[in-house]
Design a protein around this ligand. Structure first.
Ligand SMILES: NC(=O)c1ccc[n+]([C@@H]2O[C@H](COP(=O)([O-])OP(=O)(O)OC[C@H]3O[C@@H](n4cnc5c(N)ncnc54)[C@H](OP(=O)(O)O)[C@@H]3O)[C@@H](O)[C@H]2O)c1
Length: 243
């Protein structure tokens, strides 16, 4: 379901459960899990993946962590209790009603190829940022194209929402203690995916601020006007002035 600009602005403030398509609550349809508690598959269990996954486990989600280091992920899951488990990236992508991809941008082409059949049609949260110094030519390409559109090309068919891109991982596990004070810019083209991702963003303690479609994903990066810790109101003001 594509959105026009007016719909974006309306959706930004709506609770997911209040949206319905075809008579079914969006969260249940989109995440293919119980209302509000979709299973989450995490691809990339480093700073960001482990911080966010830990919060979601504590919030009652079943979470599968994955990377190319299964032993690391088993140890992480063991610390978090029975709602956490470890698997390969393909197992995590199959497990999650929602999949979060949180790898260095240079790994995104491989991840897209490896998981392509599994993530098609799924809600995918994309935290990945391209840095030419770290990620090489793919990062230069992604920045020129606009990172939201670049991720869409690398993860074809996934219902991508960019989120958690421009706040340090060290803060991601802490803000749920004072929920709603800090805004989290998000961008996506799919209304159901935005609703699902918004709920997950709130569970981490941030207030989601929908900036626009994936074309606006280029602003969800360190070094852009939306980066850093800002109130939801300030983010909305800044977002409204972007082209
Ligand atoms: N750190 C931050 O504060 C922050 C904040 C916002 C956004 N981001 C962005 O979010 C992404 C992740 O950042 P991070 O700091 O969490 O990175 P990180 O600590 O280096 O973790 C990256 C994870 O991805 C895994 N990985 C790499 N290549 C993979 C592949 N081909 N298949 C499966 N797993 C793979 C790594 O494990 P293996 O190498 O063992 O597979 C590791 O678990 C980056 O794009 C970053 O720019 C970071």
């Amino acid at each position: 379901m594509k959105l026009d600009r007016r719909e974006f602005l309306g959706l930004a403030g709506l609770a997911p459960a209040s949206l319905a398509i075809g008579g079914l609550p969006i969260v249940a349809r989109a995440a293919d899990a119980g209302p509000g508690k979709p299973k989450i598959g995490i691809v990339g269990s480093g700073n960001v993946g482990s911080a966010l996954g830990s919060v979601w486990v504590k919030a009652g989600h079943e979470v599968m962590f994955s990377s190319r280091n299964l032993e690391h992920d088993r140890a992480l899951a063991a610390q978090l209790g029975p709602n956490a488990r470890a698997g390969t990236p393909r197992e995590a992508a199959a497990f999650g009603g929602v999949v979060m991809i949180s790898v260095p941008y240079r790994s995104l082409p491989d991840v897209g190829k490896e998981l392509g059949d599994l993530i098609k049609g799924k809600v995918v949260i994309d935290t990945c940022n391209p840095f030419p110094g770290r990620d090489g030519e793919i990062a230069t390409w992604a920045r020129e194209k606009g990172v939201g559109m670049a991720s869409a090309e690398l993860l074809p068919g996934a219902r991508i929402v960019r989120a958690f891109n421009a706040i340090g991982a060290a803060r991601m596990g802490a803000v749920h203690e004072q929920p709603g004070r800090i805004g989290m810019p998000i961008a996506g083209d799919d209304a159901e995916a935005i609703a699902v991702a918004s709920r997950l963003v709130r569970e981490v303690g941030f207030e989601p601020v929908l900036v626009g479609g994936l074309a606006k994903g280029k602003y969800l990066m360190p070094g852009t006007p939306l980066a850093g810790e800002r109130s939801p109101e300030e983010l909305r003001r800044i977002a409204a002035a972007l082209d």
